[in-house]
Design a protein. Structure first.
Length: 369
């Protein structure tokens, strides 16, 4: 068994025309998950602006939008450059109209041990993922606030920003910043009608990923390391994105939605094969409960055991003034006294006093008047 398969390709999560007349800008929208999300917005009637630094990615994204019959443009933009972002928004407004929905999907990542990562490599990933998200969000909000219009922003996080992972020091740190930025901007801009949410995707294989990023490819859906027992389809992530940015989620802001079949709840460095709890419990019989029976030697009371243990320690560490518990200096026996004030020498509780007012320490049994 596994989680049920999603509806077929081409199905829509929202009513037809839900985004009719709206402009959706997707950074990094020419490949992978960004392209998949842009396609789902396009199916619902949105006009799409694909933003990317590379011309081949722009062409691929634009072709995907045209395949579903969407009105779309491709805009070259580096999210690390605020001036380039402003110019990109100007071009989108001239050709399509003001941006209503912003998808901050642009990212950079390369697995590397932290000690082998150069400062420039770390800084580059943080600039693209975290600073780029802020730069685009700020430009979007400035324009929406000036026009007194609501809007929706969707950021892309990562579950390993909570759990950590080998080779992801730069990316995990940046994604953690994106998650917190989502919450902070949501609080600031909610009074102005601008919602800010985040999606943390799980394993969604696609052909645009390099070989070192995944062992799955399209068509290879089974995965016994995931509690859901399968990987995700890119369109499933697109459906989640279209919902969070839609009027049907107008009361949701500042939220990070994890879409990974519960995988982040069991992440580990080894990622062992996942065995459902029912199968594991059925294959291994529960051991019989063995209760230890007290021996005759231990049948004495708690009071007597404590007194005997203290007496043995006293014999190992003799002291001129020391007295075993239950034996006062006056020679009369007394019960093991209650705990009173702390011993100034050992910072331990004194046992109490005997009939002559002496005190003994539980650790050294120093009898003190």
């Amino acid at each position: 068994m596994a989680l049920p398969d999603p509806p077929p390709l081409g199905a829509k999560a929202l009513p037809d025309g839900c985004y009719a007349g709206q402009v959706v800008a997707v950074t990094g929208g020419g490949t992978g998950l960004g392209k998949g999300m842009a396609v789902e917005f396009a199916r619902l009637g949105a006009k799409i602006a694909v933003l990317s630094r590379k011309s081949e990615h722009l062409e691929a994204g634009l072709a995907a939008m045209h395949e579903v019959g969407a009105e779309a443009i491709a805009v070259a933009c580096d999210v690390r450059d605020p001036e380039a972002i402003a110019a990109a928004f100007d071009e989108i407004e001239d050709k399509l109209g003001p941006v209503d929905v912003l998808i901050n999907n642009a990212a950079g990542n390369f697995p590397a041990p932290a000690e082998e990562m150069t400062p420039n490599g770390f800084r580059t990933v943080v600039d693209i993922v975290l600073n780029g998200t802020y730069n685009c969000s700020r430009e979007f909000a400035v324009r929406r606030l000036a026009a007194n219009l609501p809007g929706a922003i969707l950021n892309i996080g990562a579950t390993y920003s909570w759990t950590g992972g080998p080779g992801t020091a730069h990316s995990a740190a940046a994604k953690a910043g994106v998650t917190n930025l989502t919450q902070s901007l949501a609080v600031e801009w909610a009074p102005d009608g601008i919602r800010v949410n985040c999606i943390a995707p799980g394993r969604f294989p696609h052909d645009d990923l390099p070989d070192h990023m995944t062992r799955h490819r399209v068509g290879d859906r089974g995965d016994n390391t995931i509690p859901g027992m399968r990987v995700g389809e890119v369109r499933e992530l697109g459906w989640a994105a279209t919902f969070l940015c839609s009027p049907y989620a107008s009361y949701i802001t500042g939220h990070t939605l994890v879409v990974d079949a519960a995988n982040w709840l069991r992440r580990s460095l080894v990622m062992p094969e996942f065995v459902p709890i029912r199968d594991s419990s059925a294959s291994v019989p529960a051991p019989a409960v063995q209760r230890r029976q007290p021996s005759p030697e231990r049948a004495e009371t708690r009071h007597e055991r404590y007194a005997a243990r203290a007496a043995r320690r006293y014999r190992r560490r003799p002291h001129a003034d020391a007295q075993p518990p239950g034996q006062a200096q006056c020679g009369k026996s007394s019960t093991v006294p209650r705990i009173s004030r702390p011993c100034p020498r050992h910072r331990r509780k004194w046992g109490g006093d005997c009939c002559t007012g002496h005190h003994w320490c539980r650790r050294a049994f120093l009898c003190r008047p």
